[in-house]
Design a protein around this ligand. Structure first.
Ligand code: KIV
Length: 272
């Protein structure tokens, strides 16, 4: 069993914006069911992400591409039942936001039927009109830039993004365009730590990082990776927090502490 936390105020996008202003780091972890969501919340995680990584860690698929909108709504609904105060972010799956109308319709289903508080979509400046319309419809948005796992077949593999100055500049410009279009939060995956730190400074909205170094305003990991459940090799940027702890709650609390006091990610988790 895990220990429930004394009641905390629900985490809102306003609370996240204030944490950025106050330079207080916040934590994000993935969950795919009610029990895990309740455990993460009890350990102090502010944002719970129903990631389409569920395709790989729950469904056993090789990529996130086969994950459907119905899968995402189902798992978001399960997680929502375990969440009382965390902000619940849900991924829009592959090709579910190919047009602006499709994006608004499908995001509304993730919120209305699934109970999400925010949707996350992968892409750059070309999504500005989509983000604008989602925002106008009262849908909070997290813009996922850098490595875009849903585009793995187009990218030719899971590769670090933004190494060259031109590519780095493009990520910054696109993130600024999405912020201007109404994105509430940005997330960057697998980019050099120095670029992520530049981006966090350039953006007014909070920047969440995974494989992006300690300069971000928040960190996210796939919970199965940070608890050592994922079979095979753990990504270099992740860490098994269960090592040295005797419960899942203690491991997640250690992650929350390590992010907040700047110990995680360390230099060994960074992409140069
Ligand atoms: O699907 C997911 O879990 C994600 C994180 C890796 C950021 O998008």
């Amino acid at each position: 069993m895990y220990q429930e936390q004394p009641t905390r105020k629900p985490i809102t996008i306003t609370a996240l914006a204030k944490m950025k202003r106050d330079r207080e780091k916040f934590t994000v972890l993935t969950a795919y069911d009610a029990s895990f969501a309740a455990l993460l919340e009890a350990a102090g995680v502010e944002v719970i992400l129903v990631g389409d990584s569920l395709g790989m860690v729950v469904q056993g698929q090789r990529t996130t591409v086969p994950v459907t909108l119905e899968d995402m709504i189902y798992h978001t609904r399960l997680v929502a039942r375990g969440c009382r105060t965390a902000l619940l972010m849900a991924d829009m799956p592959f090709a579910s936001y190919a047009t602006v109308d499709q994006a608004v319709r499908n995001a509304a289903r993730l919120m209305g039927e699934g109970g999400a508080h925010m949707v996350k979509l992968e892409g750059g400046g070309w999504l500005a009109e989509t983000v604008r319309q989602l925002s106008r419809n009262g849908i909070p948005v997290c813009a996922h830039l850098g490595l875009l796992p849903q585009s793995v077949h187009k990218l030719g593999g899971y590769k670090v993004q933004g190494r060259e100055e031109a590519a780095a500049r493009q990520i910054i410009d696109e993130a600024l365009a999405l912020q201007e279009a109404g994105a509430d939060v940005a997330l960057v995956e697998c980019i050099p730590a120095e670029l992520a730190a530049r981006l966090a400074e350039a953006l007014a909205i909070p920047l969440i990082g995974i494989g992006a170094g300690p300069g971000c305003d928040a960190q996210v990991l796939v919970s199965y990776d940070m608890l050592g459940i994922t079979p095979g090799r753990r990504p270099k940027f992740s860490k098994n927090f269960l090592t040295g702890h005797d419960s899942l709650q203690a491991a997640v609390e250690a992650y929350v502490r390590a992010v907040k006091n700047g110990e995680f990610p360390g230099p060994e988790h960074c992409i140069a």
